[in-house]
Design a protein around this ligand. Sequence first.
Ligand code: SAM
Length: 377
Amino acid sequence: MAKIDINKQPFHEATMLKLDIFRRCFREWFPVFVHHPGVKQIFIYDMFAGSGTDSEGNPGSPIILLEEARGNERQHCLALTKNNKYVAFGFNEKETEKKELLDKAKDEFLLKCKSNCPLGKCVFSNAIFCRDSSFEEIMRNEQFGRILANKSYAKFVLLDQYGFSQITKTVFLKLVTSPLTDFIFFISSSFIKRFRDVEAVKAYIDTNKLDFEETKPKECHRIIADYFRDLIPADKEYYIHHFTIQKGTNYYGLIFGTSHTLGMEKFVKVCWLEDENSGESNCNIDNDFEKDSLFYDPINTTKKIKIKEELEQLILNGKIESNVEGLKWALSRGGEPKLFVEVVNSLIAQKKAVIQGKFNKQSSNIHRVDEYKIEVL
Ligand SMILES: C[S@@+](CC[C@H](N)C(=O)[O-])C[C@H]1O[C@@H](n2cnc3c(N)ncnc32)[C@H](O)[C@@H]1O
């Protein structure tokens, strides 16, 4: 059966949502490193870039990355120039014909951008590199390996594969163990669920470790995300969050990874803005009351209640002893860290806990928060 080319038709609504999450994720990520004094260079990779647009000219992921790297007021171009910071884009598309279209789309973007630009020099002109390699080749490329390993280079890696077979355990672990490297990838979770017993699927993913519940088809991407979480070395502080996208009867998903709490805070924020019930799907994954229905209550959703109940138990059992531990735990569960502050406030009010040290209610920029200890009464 001939494969449908995503770029040769108008993007489906579900694809638009995927691209919008890529956009908002990168929009949050990029300025952090533009302004980070310790970061010398920024590398942005789109490994399965497509041809740049859909059949109606809507921007695909590489053009979206360029738009966001510029900023709506060209503020990032200005800051990159001022900070004398180098940025490079690596766009890869295996199909030669599509790569040529991608070159054209990139050139058109630059031409249009320059025609309206008041700045003297374009920071992107000589910084966009399009290739028609296979992803496997790039992963073996020594120069790419050196960039990944460099601790003063910030890397954003977008992996919008078809299906599921490109993000193997080896690829995933390579990304997880590369410093200053955040990534987001797409995966066809329903497909893995449906064909988990087929050898061709088992060759890429250890489906014996996937415990799908037949009664909860919506949750198949959660199971896939847990599979990847379990691959992370136990002694490594690392954050993974996932987002489920329903398209008809199928469930696809995104998986985001970062070693930094700020990266996770930002991605989790994007997800909760998209889904105020669970922060992880377009399909009301926990079956909460729908918006506009009588009992709709975005403050007390299934996911929020679950995270808060678990947090309370962990604090009362002495497993979480400080705000830093609690904030990070909420984040690691894909919850907004402010849930932790709500739980601590409630425990103090109920006289079940007191704070040692100065109590603060900070729930963002966790890497800079003043630590306090919690004493259970
Ligand atoms: C889902 S599409 C990407 C769409 C793109 N992100 C966009 O927004 O338009 C996946 C792309 O990966 C390309 N591709 C498939 N296998 C590949 C491989 N092994 N290496 C690199 N590119 C590949 C396909 O030709 C296809 O254009």
